[in-house]
Design a protein around this ligand. Structure first.
Ligand SMILES: C[S@@+](CC[C@H](N)C(=O)[O-])C[C@H]1O[C@@H](n2cnc3c(N)ncnc32)[C@H](O)[C@@H]1O
Length: 357
């Protein structure tokens, strides 16, 4: 492989051999679902005598924790090199490996932004009844390093899709099942296929259409499939040939979704905040004055009901603004200034919406 970016392909091979060929600073976002090093010692059976499809594959076996750490350090360092300065990485894991991964991420200089808990509606019960039912996985989200580069996070779009409430770090998704689960010869094709919903939230929250999304542990190709559906480019790889074929087949059936408007447009649209919220939350008090941008001499007084009055007119910030300016309409938010008490500066009242809402 030369050092071209292998976009929109499923590569076959060990990520430790493939990643060094990916050009530095070429990737916007990484999602990694690495081996968990589950160290399963015995087979698990359900009460109705069906065997649990656990992870006892060769790709999940390491001779010791230090061998696992060494492997983790190598692929995480390569991923860091591949990321753009503004890039971020998400790594999913369970209690078996996530603490080791978190510590290695920090040792390498990544800057942790969040740890998200994926809470499973329908977890596998603890069949031996010896521990709590393990009902969640942890997903660490980190920046390439502690730099000043702005990373992508579609805060407003997430909030808008969450009934106008901030999206939290506890996410509820069922485990991958039913028609979403990839099968081969009528059997589950991969033991750890992740739900598309989790990837959809991650990719749409932290990348833009056209961005390059990389997954060094492709499996059934969930990351690549969601990236393609969301109009992103992908780079992915797996060392098991059978999974490469499975992912290629899955990807061939995915069509990019028609998006009426990209997230960036949605994000730039402010939620509608009525002026009364500014008064109710004490950001501006009744009796305070506002000045017009282009007519500094016009002073308006704020009333307790969130109307303002100036030059004998009384009404909304928009209506009084238009009457004072002699224009048919006026966006009061970007025409009226208040005096910031702390700095004494004249500030647009529009700034108050972005501070609090
Ligand atoms: C936890 S699974 C990923 C599952 C995937 N997220 C999905 O939704 O299907 C990890 C995958 O990484 C692959 N793998 C393990 N070690 C690897 C390595 N060194 N290089 C590339 N792939 C590897 C395994 O074959 C397995 O398919």
């Amino acid at each position: 492989m030369n050092n071209q970016i292998p976009l929109d392909q499923v590569l076959h091979g060990d990520c430790l051999e493939i990643l060094p060929h990916i050009p530095s600073g070429s990737v916007d976002l990484i999602f990694a679902d690495p081996p968990y090093n589950l160290q399963l010692r015995r087979e698990l059976w359900r009460t109705e005598l069906s065997k649990v499809v656990g992870v006892d594959h060769e790709w999940d076996r390491f001779s010791s924790l230090s061998e696992y750490d060494e492997f983790t350090r190598k692929w995480l360092a390569e991923c860091q090199r591949c990321l753009k300065d503004s890039g971020t990485i998400w790594v999913i894991g369970s209690y078996h490996n996530i603490f080791r991964i978190g510590s290695i991420l920090q040792d390498l200089g990544y800057w942790i932004l969040n740890d998200v808990i994926w809470i499973k509606h329908n977890p596998l019960p603890n069949l031996r009844g010896t521990r709590f039912c393990n009902a969640h996985e942890t997903i660490i989200w980190a920046k390439k390093c502690d730099n000043d580069k702005k990373y992508t996070f579609h805060y407003q779009a997430l909030k808008a899709g969450n009934e106008d409430r901030q999206m939290r770090s506890d996410w509820y998704f069922p485990i991958c099942s039913g028609s979403e689960r990839e099968t081969r010869d009528g059997r589950t094709a991969h033991p750890t296929q992740k739900p598309e919903g989790v990837l959809r939230r991650i990719i749409s929250a932290s990348s833009n259409p056209g961005d390059v999304v990389m997954d060094p542990f492709c499996g059934t190709g969930t990351t690549a499939a969601v990236a393609k559906a969301l109009n992103r480019r992908y780079i992915t790889m797996d060392k098991e040939e059978a999974y490469v074929g499975l992912a290629e087949k899955r990807l061939a059936a995915v069509s990019p979704e028609l998006m009426n408007e990209p997230l960036s447009i949605l994000e730039s649209r402010r939620p509608k905040v009525p002026f009364i919220n500014i008064i109710e939350s004490g950001l501006l008090l009744p009796g305070a004055t506002l000045r017009l941008k282009s007519k500094q001499k016009v002073l308006a007084i704020i009333h307790g009901d969130a109307t303002i009055s100036a030059l004998g007119h009384r009404g909304s910030i928009h209506k009084v603004g238009a009457l004072c300016l002699g224009t048919p309409t006026c966006n009061g938010w970007i025409n009226w200034y208040y005096t910031d008490e702390a700095s004494g500066d004249e500030m647009l009242i529009d700034c108050l919406r972005s501070v609090r809402f």
